[in-house]
Design a protein around this ligand. Structure first.
Ligand SMILES: [Zn+2]
Length: 479
């Protein structure tokens, strides 16, 4: 007897429990992809597994649905593994220790991987049950979503024909996600020269910021440490002669930087201290609603670095001060949605250069390109060079969507209510796929999963039941 046997819908929870028994952390998807391939072969279903471990399974239409449009169901097989510190489980080799408590399913000591195991389980339940009514199906199980969507990025779509795509990787019931942002990274490099300078060497630190996700939190009015480092340098330069020795801030492209630190040399220490104190006071007032502990600190220290020359210092400080950052435009179609933003994610110096990294997000591709070009133009004006190491297209909102109409009707039947239509200012696999298949009409939905990416992740049982009913009703109506 399985832990989940007896729960409805039985087929969905049965497959979910099987998936939980297979180790399937990102970069370890060999076993689960073989499981999916075997599942298909045992049922005589056409199947393709690629070198990235993506698996595609095709199923013919149910009787009476032969002329219905091709529908893609899509979810990711890998899960993000987070463990409690004392958890002894070897998640590379062992499955999860799942349990049921009230209306919730969890795993002892680890993430549950309902993100996106429950989506995969629903797809298997559809493929397994000949009583479910549907048109021709293409089920796309992607690998390594949690590590930069590597599976879907490398997926060959030349044998896919779907007109509609249902992504089952959303974590909030009653919500249809209909758009997501693309992402463009920009890296700017400014050459720096160095000459000796007579002055007091100081550490300048701006820290104590909240930070957050560079997409989902970008509109919350939080401070960016790299930008405020630029401001601190400019304020001090206005009061006394200053040379930059080093500067660094931010850790990752997808987080808002929480701290930045510089080594500087100043002619007049008291004037520099006064400027820093004045800025600290101004920031406390400006960010009093969003930040609690911003600090600007300046204190003498020692360093063996040779300072940057006057021109290099001026260019570096100006760049940090003027670089665009934050929300660039709100959507006029989807209330509350950030259409375009960028995060000034990282800055660091080496001997002869300063390097800055930006992450631009937009649900409109041409606007992402505009913002990337703005950063590049500023870089060139400051004597540097910029390049774009990666750019992924957005999933733009479709004013006309047959899938949205059909699913909304299905939702009314199942729930007796209206769904919430939402757009994300972050990335989903739908963005990559709709970039590769431009005519694809997509929606993403799923049951309630809470505390995702933590060992407290829980899947809601009744919510799963309703989501499954909605999926079947939608497939029945896509004729
Ligand atoms: Zn996911």
């Amino acid at each position: 007897m399985g832990v989940l046997s007896g729960l409805e819908p039985q087929a969905v929870f049965g497959f979910f429990e099987s998936l939980c028994a297979i180790p399937r952390g990102s970069h370890h998807t060999g076993a689960v992809s073989v499981y999916l391939e075997t599942f298909a072969r045992q049922r005589g279903l056409r199947c393709r597994r690629d070198e990235l471990n993506n698996v595609i399974v095709w199923k013919d239409a149910a009787p009476g649905y032969e002329d219905a449009p091709v529908v893609m169901l899509q979810g990711h097989m890998d899960m993000l593994i987070e463990k409690e510190r004392e958890c002894p489980r070897n998640t590379d080799q062992e499955g999860l220790d799942i349990f049921v408590e009230g209306d919730e399913i969890g795993a002892h000591g680890t993430t549950l991987g309902a993100d996106d195991g429950i989506g995969v389980a629903m797809m298997l339940a559809v493929l397994d049950d000949d009583r479910v009514l549907h048109g021709p199906l293409e089920c796309v199980f992607t690998a390594d979503e949690e590590v930069g969507m590597q599976g879907v990025r490398g997926l060959n779509v030349s044998d896919l024909k779907a007109k509609f795509m249902i992504n089952l990787d959303s974590l909030e019931e009653r919500v249809f996600t209909v758009s997501c942002a693309g992402s463009t990274r920009v890296v700017s490099t400014l050459p720096m020269g160095r000459v000796p300078f007579e002055g007091t060497v100081c550490a300048l630190m701006v820290d104590g910021f909240i930070g957050g996700h560079s997409g989902e939190d970008i509109h919350r009015g939080r401070a960016n440490a790299n930008r405020l480092m630029g401001r601190a340098l400019m304020e001090i330069m206005a009061k006394t002669d200053l040379r930059l020795l080093t500067v660094s801030g931010g850790a990752k492209d997808n987080t808002i930087p929480r701290d930045a630190a510089a080594l500087i040399a100043v002619k007049d220490l008291d004037a520099a201290k006064a400027a820093a104190a004045e800025l600290a006071e101004a920031l406390e007032n400006e960010y009093r609603a969003t930040e609690k502990k911003i600090r600007v600190r300046l204190f003498p220290t020692r360093s063996s670095f040779t300072p940057m020359d006057e021109d290099s210092t001026r260019r570096a400080a100006t760049f940090l001060f003027c670089a665009p950052n934050g929300v660039q435009m709100m959507s006029a179609e989807v209330p509350g949605l950030v259409q375009t933003s960028l995060n000034f994610a990282q800055v660091y110096t080496e001997d002869d250069k300063m390097v800055c990294r930006f992450m631009v997000r937009s649900s409109v591709n041409s606007q992402a390109a505009e913002i990337a070009h703005r950063v590049m133009a500023l870089t060139r004006a400051m004597g540097g060079e910029a390049h774009i190491p990666s750019a992924y297209s957005a999933w733009q909102y479709r004013p006309d969507s047959r899938l949205r109409e059909v699913m909304t009707d299905a939702f009314r039947t199942v729930y007796g209510a209206e769904p919430r239509i939402a757009a994300l200012h972050a990335s989903l696999e739908c963005g990559i796929l709709s970039g590769k298949m431009p005519d694809l009409d997509c929606i993403s939905f799923g049951p309630d999963v809470v505390n995702v990416h933590t060992p407290r992740e829980r899947l809601k049982i009744a919510s799963t039941w309703r989501t499954w009913a909605l999926l079947r009703e939608t497939l029945r109506r896509l004729k």
